[in-house]
Ligand binder design. Structure first.
Ligand code: PRX
Length: 646
């Protein structure tokens, strides 16, 4: 662990929204008087009916209920679009940079208003109304933001599915929330390669059923199959629709979106976020953590298919009247200078990306960075996984020319917004540490029995009280919500992460402590990959764990037991990797497959993952107690196989 300290530059302390003294004072008040604190912060958004109540939360076992601003009414799209028209109608809202460097466009707030209004009416004309679910399966094009905001405008609940997911994964998510409408494109374009989104959608709908309308954006102009009566050309639908659409008054606790995310068990969960608290939290964190000021050009490289894209490409920035850059492509196309060329082209001031991208670019050397200017950059951000101090220092020194603070922001799909982070004008930085809690956030470290650890300590990270951006339930399964997050440590929200707190009160996230792997900043449930593998006819059993990977942070390591008589060879390895890729999506494809004649199990038949993890990490000496295994000899076999493979 690095203990190097980068102190707050004087000009930052002066200019930033929050300096060290204000952080201390406001943090203390936010904890002592959450109602007073969030009651004031809540006024930053426009309310149709002002709230009189602020916080109403119970984490009590069997009775978890989370409500913020519960008697207020507002509309998210009115907050992200309409309210800026008078003051910044001609300002750029979305700066779009295509996969091809020659492709870019700027959409002003006035244009955004028209596009959102038209699509909202087009959705209405196909029968979509308040409370209905709409699945969005789009590439990173402005229509993705229009679609989100159009749903929000009429009170429909969107569920975005990342364009890299397979037809089966899409089908599961369409079925899970019973969407009747899907918004997709003919094809996506990433790194010069085409993604068959419409064909995937057709395959998904054939499996899921229940979909009566598919809006299809023309992105590449490819010839795609067409189902008359169901498929609607997006461009025709919006051209025919009126741009005027009155925003629906939504209760603060009405759902805004569902986003499926992987957990340690079962199928992905539909994380449900609601309207008022989410918007207040996304906009407030965006302004303070990225120290957003009028006129800044802000770029978050995430995809809208993940929560980072929801909160910090679309909702937070647009609620703040920001200019937000949306990038269709990948970091290394056409060359590994692309990010920095885009920074120079659009004069980006604030840049937010993931450690995996930084590590990949770092392995390509400094030259690709140094040949660009990057003089517009003022602040850098990191999200999605722990950033190792070496990558942090490289990001700071090479990308930021030792001039730009880095905000290492820790949060989750479930948290709606950033919970642990530096504030650039207030917090001295330690490379590798997400530093301190944001306002209103009460992190605690607990041991396995739930005992709260004080001072410098390492344990499991829980949050002792609610914040406005917190998820409210698992869509359609409140019991699963309570069991997943509130039963391990009663009366606390359990994050699933391990964490260390140092003597200065700085938090260092150490990674997941459950059966979730973080691959390139994307969450993958080991159980999902296992059930995909065992669905293959030659596989009898599979166990999946994470292992340290230089670029991805964690890679996927699969131990596979084959059906008797089947020989494991490289061809079968390739076949199984391709199988999972097709079944779930490329992000779930195992990096390594070890054929294992047997897996270490307890006498009651439970697979001992702890042992498998250690073998995958090559820590053969740290296997711990193996005496409770049904057949301890299995472990020696696995180690032999692992060593012979090298
Ligand atoms: O393990 C933590 C890791 O990513 C998990 C959340 O993943 P997801 O819901 O997909 O959201 C990612 C983007 C918010 C967490 O449980 N994680 C996220 N940010 C950090 C992090 N780990 C360490 N440092 C971070 N800054």
């Amino acid at each position: 662990m690095s203990e190097k300290l980068h102190t707050v530059p004087a000009e930052w302390a002066k200019r930033a929204h929050v300096d060290a003294a204000k952080y201390d004072a406001d943090y203390a008040r936010s904890i002592q008087d959450p109602d007073g604190f969030w009651g004031e912060v809540g006024k930053r958004v426009d309310w149709i009916t002002p709230y009189t109540k602020v916080k109403n939360v119970s984490y009590a076992p069997g009775n978890v209920s989370i409500k913020w601003y519960e008697d207020g009414a507002l509309n998210v799209s009115a907050n992200c679009v309409d309210r800026h028209l008078a003051t910044r109608g001609d300002q750029v809202a979305i700066l779009w940079e295509g996969d091809d460097p020659k492709d870019s466009k700027a959409i002003t707030y006035r244009e955004l208003h028209e596009q959102v209004g038209r699509l909202a009416n087009a959705l209405k004309s196909r029968g979509v109304k308040k409370g209905d679910r709409v699945t969005i399966y789009l590439p990173m094009i402005p229509e993705a933001a229009y679609a989100m905001l159009a749903c929000a405008r009429i009170g429909a609940v969107h569920s975005i599915v990342f364009g890299g997911f397979s037809p089966d994964s899409l089908a599961g998510r369409i079925e899970g929330c019973e969407s009747k409408v899907v918004i997709t494109a003919d094809e996506g374009l990433r790194g010069g390669r085409k993604v068959p989104l419409k064909a995937n959608t057709d395959a998904a709908i054939a499996k899921a059923g229940g979909v009566d309308t598919v809006f299809v954006v023309t992105r590449t102009g490819a010839d795609v199959a067409w189902t008359e009566g169901r498929d609607v050309r997006y461009e025709d639908a919006v051209a025919e629709a009126s741009p005027d659409c009155e925003p629906e008054a939504m209760n603060a606790e009405d759902p805004l979106f569902i986003l499926y995310t992987s957990g340690s068990t079962g199928k992905p969960k539909g994380v449900l976020h609601t309207t008022g608290g989410y918007l207040v939290y996304a906009s407030y964190t965006h302004q303070l953590i990225f120290d957003y000021h009028d006129g800044d050009i802000y770029w978050c490289t995430a995809d809208v298919g993940w929560v980072t894209g929801h909160s910090y490409i679309v909702y937070g920035p647009l609620a703040n009247g920001a200019t937000t850059l949306m990038f269709e492509g990948v970091p290394n196309y056409p060359s590994s200078s692309r990010f920095w060329e885009v920074v120079d082209k659009h004069k980006v001031n604030i840049f937010y990306t993931a450690p995996t991208a930084i590590r990949a670019l770092m392995s390509g050397g400094e030259e690709a960075v140094k040949k660009t200017s990057r003089e517009s950059l003022r602040l850098l951000g990191s999200v999605g996984e722990p950033i190792n101090p070496e990558a942090w220092e490289w990001y700071y020194r090479v990308v930021g020319d030792s001039r730009c603070p880095i905000v290492d922001t820790w949060w989750q799909t479930e948290t709606g917004g950033i919970l642990i982070t530096p504030l650039p004008g207030a917090t001295d930085l330690k490379p590798g540490s997400a530093t301190k809690p944001f306002f209103g956030v009460r992190p605690e470290l607990v041991d396995a029995e739930g005992k709260v650890l004080e001072g410098a300590a390492e344990g499991n990270l829980v949050i002792a009280d609610s914040w406005p951006g917190q998820m409210r339930t698992v869509y359609g399964d409140h019991k699963r919500f309570e069991e997943t997050y509130f039963s391990t440590y009663p009366n606390k929200y359990f994050t699933g992460d391990g964490c260390r707190r140092d003597a200065d009160g700085y938090y260092w996230i150490t990674g997941r402590v459950d059966d979730v792997i973080n691959v390139s900043g994307h969450r993958m449930g080991t159980a999902e990959v296992e059930s995909s593998l065992v669905a293959h006819e030659k596989v009898s059993e599979a166990a999946v764990v994470g292992y340290p990977h230089d670029i991805k942070g964690q890679g996927i390591y699969a131990y596979v037991t084959l059906m008797s008589g089947v020989e494991g060879d490289d061809a079968l390895r390739k076949e199984l990797i391709a199988w999972v890729r097709k079944d779930i999506g490329p992000i779930a494809a195992p990096d390594l497959i070890q054929f294992a004649p047997g897996l270490p199990k307890t006498r009651s038949g439970k697979i001992m993952r702890r042992i498998l993890r250690k073998i995958a990490e090559d820590e053969f000496g740290a296997l711990g107690d193996t005496s409770t295994l049904a057949d301890p000899g299995v472990v020696d076999d696995l180690i032999d196989h692992r060593q012979n493979k090298k």
